[in-house]
Design a protein around this ligand. Structure first.
Ligand SMILES: [Zn+2]
Length: 399
């Protein structure tokens, strides 16, 4: 347990020392519960299960029983350390050198959790508790892996209890070059496509008796990768389609293979949805294949979403500006996050540390960034609960 609870650095160090490589809990949620309970939070430890996947521990902690209800969402699981010998300091030792904290999860996202927790503690101390509304932590141990037993199931659980959340901050590392340069207000959707062209196997010296699928697959890849889907929208980049794998089950140079296959990863903006993209991919494949037999299948999709800039987004922008003087860009780029599930519940923004070293050897965060982020979160919490006409509207159910 950290000695100074209000210190984000000590909290971050204590969290990093919990070896919570996904989907292991590693003591990280026990640590958070140990800090939140004495502050008056009602804590629920929720183990989610699904056949064929490992059980995952999650934590939901709420202080207060009415609205407005602000929720902080995050994950305590981290990706593995990779080659531990390649680190400057052991990945779970939380060593500070030259005012930089090293460790797996330093930015993604134990650092962010520590900052929000420190900001919460400072806010409660300053005001003698919550003066109105509710504040909660929605913490999963299943974000970095398959995300089956994590936030998605937590949200179903909240729904079954008729818990109402009015607004949510996801503390993922969204900043790029400088802390405070980017706030994420949405994310692109993604979709994976598999295309298999069927031909007829044969001897390469007797090509006329076989049907080579490779040139057809090449035409399909070229067509899909070079056809522009759109030019981007107000808040989103262009939709991208990247061929990622080509495979032909063949080892002989004198055999024409019977099939050829390619995989594609699509990151799409708010002009598309899964259905429209599937139809588009099928049309392009059949047009390029010119009568050849093509099987197209899809898997692993995440919906595009956008929180339209409004009072809630403005609240985060102005907290960033007050503390850093920076005007954060409102962006939707990068990979996906659990915000894609939360967006069905309430307005959601994502803001946190710089992401440059996330998932890398020597993941690290300057102590100064931890202090600045704590100050930004503190401002954000104070403004959320003191706004005279609170948007989103009051709501919530007692635990
Ligand atoms: Zn993360």
């Amino acid at each position: 347990m950290p000695t100074d609870l209000a210190n984000p650095v000590e909290l971050a160090q204590a969290l990093i020392r919990c070896k919570s490589v996904t989907p292991t809990e590693g003591g990280a949620q026990t640590l958070l519960e140990g800090v939140l309970k004495p502050l008056g939070f009602t804590c629920h430890r929720l183990t989610m299960r699904e056949p064929g996947t490992p059980d995952v521990e999650n934590l939901y902690a709420r202080l207060g029983s009415d609205g407005p209800h602000l929720c902080f969402a995050g994950h305590t699981d981290v990706v593995n350390a990779g080659d531990e010998a390649a680190w400057s300091h052991p990945p779970f030792a939380a060593v500070i050198e030259d005012n930089i904290l090293f460790g797996r999860g330093a930015v993604d996202m134990k650092g962010g959790i520590a900052c929000f927790l420190a900001a919460t503690i400072a806010h409660l101390k300053e005001n003698g508790g919550l003066t109105r509304g509710s504040l909660s932590f929605l913490i999963t141990g299943d974000e970095e892996s398959v995300a089956i037993n994590g936030t998605r199931k937590l949200l179903q659980w909240l729904k079954s209890r008729e818990e109402r959340i009015d607004a949510c901050l996801v503390g993922e590392p969204t900043s790029a070059d400088t802390l405070g340069d980017e706030i994420k207000i949405g994310r692109r959707g993604y979709l994976n496509a598999t295309v298999i062209v069927e031909g007829k196997q044969g001897h390469s010296a007797y090509g006329e008796k076989a049907d080579n699928p490779i040139p057809k697959l090449a035409r399909i890849i070229d067509r899909l990768a070079s056809a522009p889907l759109d030019n981007g929208t107000r808040h989103f980049q262009k939709t991208s389609l990247e061929p990622t794998i080509i495979s032909v089950p063949n080892t002989a140079t004198n055999v024409i293979p019977g099939t050829a296959r390619a995989n594609f990863n699509i990151r799409y903006n708010d002009l598309h949805n899964r259905q429209s993209l599937e139809a588009w991919v099928r049309d392009q494949c059949h047009a390029a294949a010119k009568g050849a037999k093509v099987n197209v299948s899809f898997e692993g999709s995440g919906d595009v979403f956008l929180t339209e800039p409004g009072p809630f987004v403005q609240l985060m922008s102005s907290a960033v500006q007050t503390i850093t003087g920076r005007q954060a860009a409102l962006t939707t780029n990068g990979g996906t996050s659990d915000a894609r599930f939360i967006k069905d519940l309430c307005p959601v923004v994502e803001f946190g540390l710089r992401n440059a070293t996330a998932h890398q050897i020597d993941e690290r965060v300057p102590i100064a960034d931890l202090m600045t982020l704590t100050a930004i979160y503190r401002r954000f919490i104070a403004d959320f609960f003191t706004r005279p006409d609170s948007e989103p509207k009051a709501g919530g159910k007692a635990l």
